[in-house]
Design a protein around this ligand. Sequence first.
Ligand code: ATP
Length: 699
Amino acid sequence: MAPSRPTKDRETKEARVLANRYEVVKKLGSGNFGTAFLCKDRKCNNEFKVLKEISVGDLQPDETVDAMHEARLLSKLNHPGIVKFHDSFIDGEFFCIVTEYCEGGDLDHKITEFKKSGKSIDEKNVLSWIIQLLLAVQYMHSRRVLHRDLKTRNIFIRNNRMKIGDFGISRILMGTTDMASTFTGTPYYMSPEVLKHEGYNSKSDVWSIGCIMYELCTLEHAFMGQGLMAVMYKIVEKDAPDLPSKYSKNLNEVFKTMLIKEPEKRPSATEVLKLPYITQSMAKMKDTIAEGKHSIDQEEANREASELAVLLREKSHLDDLRSTYESVGDSLEDSHTLTVAGNQGGHEEGGGGAKKLTARERLRIKKMQEADRRAQDLKQAAKVQLVENTERREKLKMSLEKKTMPAWKGGYGEGTILKEAITVRDPRKDKPYRPKEYPEGYLSSDEEDEELKTVLHQTVVRRNSERSTPGTLHTPDRLTQSLTRGTTPRTLTDHTPNTLSITVRQQHHHSSAEADERPITPMRDLMVYDREHSSLDFKDGVPETPDLANTFYEQYNDFENDEEDSDNADVVVGGRLGDEENTLVKDDQEALMDYLAMALEKSSGESTIVSDDTVLGPFGPRARETKIKNIRGECIKILGETEFQKAYKYLREARSGKNGKEKSEKEIMDGLRKFVKNPSDCFMVDQLLFLEDQAKLSS
Ligand SMILES: Nc1ncnc2c1ncn2[C@@H]1O[C@H](COP(=O)(O)OP(=O)(O)OP(=O)(O)O)[C@@H](O)[C@H]1O
């Protein structure tokens, strides 16, 4: 599947809202995978995000499912060096991806700026940026995700930090198809093994980082040549050039190891991070960030202190005003000017401390009076409500006690309960459910469910505000929702100081006889433990109306999906799974510190090579033949038989330099336009020619 470009109409039709939430602000640009737009997320405080639209008109339904699945997995990955993948959805014929917005733009732009200004990037910066990239790549490789298209245009800058974009996008777009068909024209960062179609693995990403490092130091590509073919030949056959002499020998050594031709001899990201020069630099970086953080903390403390001082002054002034209005009472409402005795603020008039209040102060006093009145009313209403609630609860309790009381004690007899058990419909089986066991304690009413939710909500809000360490946070709504699903044993635990640990337990007896009829009885099965503070212990309720029951069943279905997700829980650092509303990613700065510390501490990193399932193994003559055949097939699939034949013939001549001097890349692209709509689709034909030449040379 080669992603085609979105229609012109769609590109220009801005101020659109997608998925009922993403408001398109402006177009950022178009790339091989589609068009990127800056948008505002209406459901997330209008936060700026990037929405990429990829035309997938010809995608099969199962491919769409694969793409959604891949996207869901990607959304669970969090790393300060990776552009956060927020969301994905299908909008008509477009597959849309929503990611973090990096206000600093991409590294390609940055390098161009440096070039224009005639400046170079100093070693300290190069090191810091490369380390950030290596840490991100290491993280993704340890989660078995390859990038496969690392280049300066895919690296973004946010708050002066590097972030790799489009990680794993290839998997979303290509499913199991050969990725080569999506490369449309940039061989500069491609490793020899990729160009020779010997397989893509994690080491190929390391090669690309090496190329990026060279570009940071020289503002030029590591392998240059007249035309793509020449570049490809250089990558496969020529040694990497040295870094300019103004960079240290140590840095040059690191660079050279990343560009070792044989992937098996090239270090993995973890191994590069363990090279002594890099380790030392990481330690320095960690200290610098810590110092910076300390001074930011100090600044923050000073700012808070001065804000506090202002607030205190304000408060004392308000207290003065309050005592003023308390002493003058309602007379204020009639008078336009007011003069009171005392030595409080305001304009003093004459001797004896008498003062005249300003118009502003009078207004403030009025506002205070109104607010006080409203507060009184609310207080009164709340008192009445409380009494009503308590009475209702008492009544309910008494009625239940009577029901459960044996008849000889004046109750209704135990059997009554079962007869009265609430019947709700199981939407999935469409048969009535009659609970087998009756809950201890009293039945829940809707109000009590609500009350529980409120208590939970407040507790979570309070805990969130008490938190001192960022990390896993549940929004109150989400948490309450999860809790009210009350399904299989599940623990939602927040492992930070002042932890809120909430355990949801299934109290049913899961005997096979009962299993069939066992419904989801949310409130009854809730056991809420607030470990460190007061313990909230709830055991009540079955859904009392079919509607309520339906809602709970629906939630249960969601919950099953969540459980599936939780299988991948271990891949998340700095936050729980799910969309970002439910997850608070650690502050990038702190997270980077953590990853630096982890990389420094790691005594033995993984050295396994993450390979791509879609690539071939060793490149023997037969394998090469097969590969050439496959690529030819792919080319025909992309271009169509006739266009392929024309493009192939044209490129063979143009690349060989026959009929005069070798053509420039632009001339070749212009020439191709006569046969094909999108010349960059012919990059694969170039690769075919390259492989055929290689085969000829070695036979
Ligand atoms: N997360 C982001 N934050 C800020 N700008 C972005 C982001 N993602 C993309 N852009 C900008 O949007 C434009 C289009 O980006 P896109 O990734 O679609 O294509 P590209 O990087 O130019 O090419 P390619 O498809 O080869 O990666 C570029 O100018 C890029 O800098």
